[in-house]
Design a protein around this ligand. Structure first.
Ligand code: SF4
Ligand code: SF4
Length: 326
């Protein structure tokens, strides 16, 4: 019997980017598979749920779960992985806070289903059929189709999460740091972020020296309006870069491509609502008195306010999404 630690990987409501992020480890993937036994990884390895059910409780060292919880099937599988695992890791922004698919919480479930199955121009569905559990007469089995939950939830709203690995997706360095921390047992207190920095992105940004100590902006700009100077802090040039309120550890990849930070590494320690923090920060540097001018800049320059400030964290925010009247 192998004595190697057992690892499980699973995706919920995910774009697949976090699965690819594991493969982005490149040759380190070989180090990983030499160091561990992968016991469940539906996207790559043909183990079934029944194989996991047969494992003793807590026999999996760590389950790395990406994607938010959107289906009853996600709920079922993550609860099973929780039962079988010593550590559960929310891997990537969607699992940690809901991520980009969590922006669907701005709509009712019925609106989402209607859009996806009836309204998009590429769909022809005259009988208005929705996915549902059915009996396959030929095979003689009931094919169970999971239900869509009313809202997308971050993983920790469904099961207890031990650690969080941020990023959309996590970079190879962050993934490797997190795996090494798990395998070495050299872990911070439960509930911590692992693999990334504890400081804001500005701290590691190559443009940090050009960021004024006291920064005030007369007008925000959109990235489509001009080509930013690649040698100068993007925020100082008027782009609403979220580096000051976002956890570092990504290596400032977007900044190096002359794009402002959109916040995919999420909030710093002791911040519970990323969007509220980001809004408060941007408001604090906007040097404008006139309310109408503030409104104009929010509409025209910040544009999609929720999509910008809560792009990765809406389901984990105080409201969790749009609140509908019953
Ligand atoms: S965190 Fe980003 S890369 Fe990972 S599943 Fe979500 S959207 Fe995709
Ligand atoms: S605000 Fe943005 S561009 Fe400026 S130092 Fe911070 S991360 Fe870099």
């Amino acid at each position: 019997m192998s004595e190697k630690p057992k690892i499980a990987l699973y995706w919920c409501a995910s774009c697949g980017g976090c699965e690819e992020a594991v493969l982005d480890l490149a040759e380190k993937v070989l180090d990983l598979v030499n160091a561990v036994d992968i016991v469940f990884w539906p996207v790559a390895v043909d183990f079934k749920i029944e194989d996991v059910e047969k494992l003793p409780d807590k026999s999996i060292t760590a389950s790395l779960i990406n994607g938010g919880i959107r289906l009853t099937e996600h709920e079922k599988v993550v609860k099973l992985l929780r039962q079988k695992s010593q550590y559960v890791i929310a891997y990537g922004a969607c699992s940690a806070w809901g991520g980009i698919p969590g922006l669907a919480n701005l709509y009712k479930r019925e609106e989402l289903l209607s859009r996806a199955y009836f309204e998009v121009p590429t769909v022809v569905n005259e009988e208005k059929v929705l996915p549902r559990t059915y009996k396959d007469e030929e095979l003689g089995i009931e094919v169970e189709v999971p239900e869509v939950l009313p809202r997308l939830l971050p993983l920790d709203r469904v099961i207890e999460v031990d650690y969080y690995v941020p990023g959309c997706p996590p970079t190879p360095d962050v993934t490797w740091n997190a795996i090494q921390a798990l395998l070495s047992g050299n872990l911070p207190p439960k509930g911590s972020v692992i693999g990334a920095s504890s400081k804001a992105l500005c701290d590691e940004c190559p443009l940090n020296e050009t960021k004024p100590d006291k920064l005030l902006i007369k007008e925000f700009k959109r990235i489509t309006e001009f080509t930013p100077d690649p040698e100068k802090c993007l925020l100082a040039q008027g782009l609403p870069c979220l580096g000051p309120v976002t956890r570092g550890g990504c290596g400032a990849l977007c900044i190096k491509a002359n794009m402002p930070c959109t916040g995919c590494f999420g909030m710093l320690d002791n911040v519970s609502d990323y969007g509220a923090k980001a809004l408060s920060f941007l408001a604090s540097i906007l040097d404008v008195e006139d309310e109408k001018e503030v409104e104009r800049q929010v509409k025209e320059k910040i544009a999609d306010l929720v999509g910008r400030l809560y792009r990765y964290t809406l389901p984990s925010s105080k409201l969790g999404g749009k609140v509908f009247k019953r």
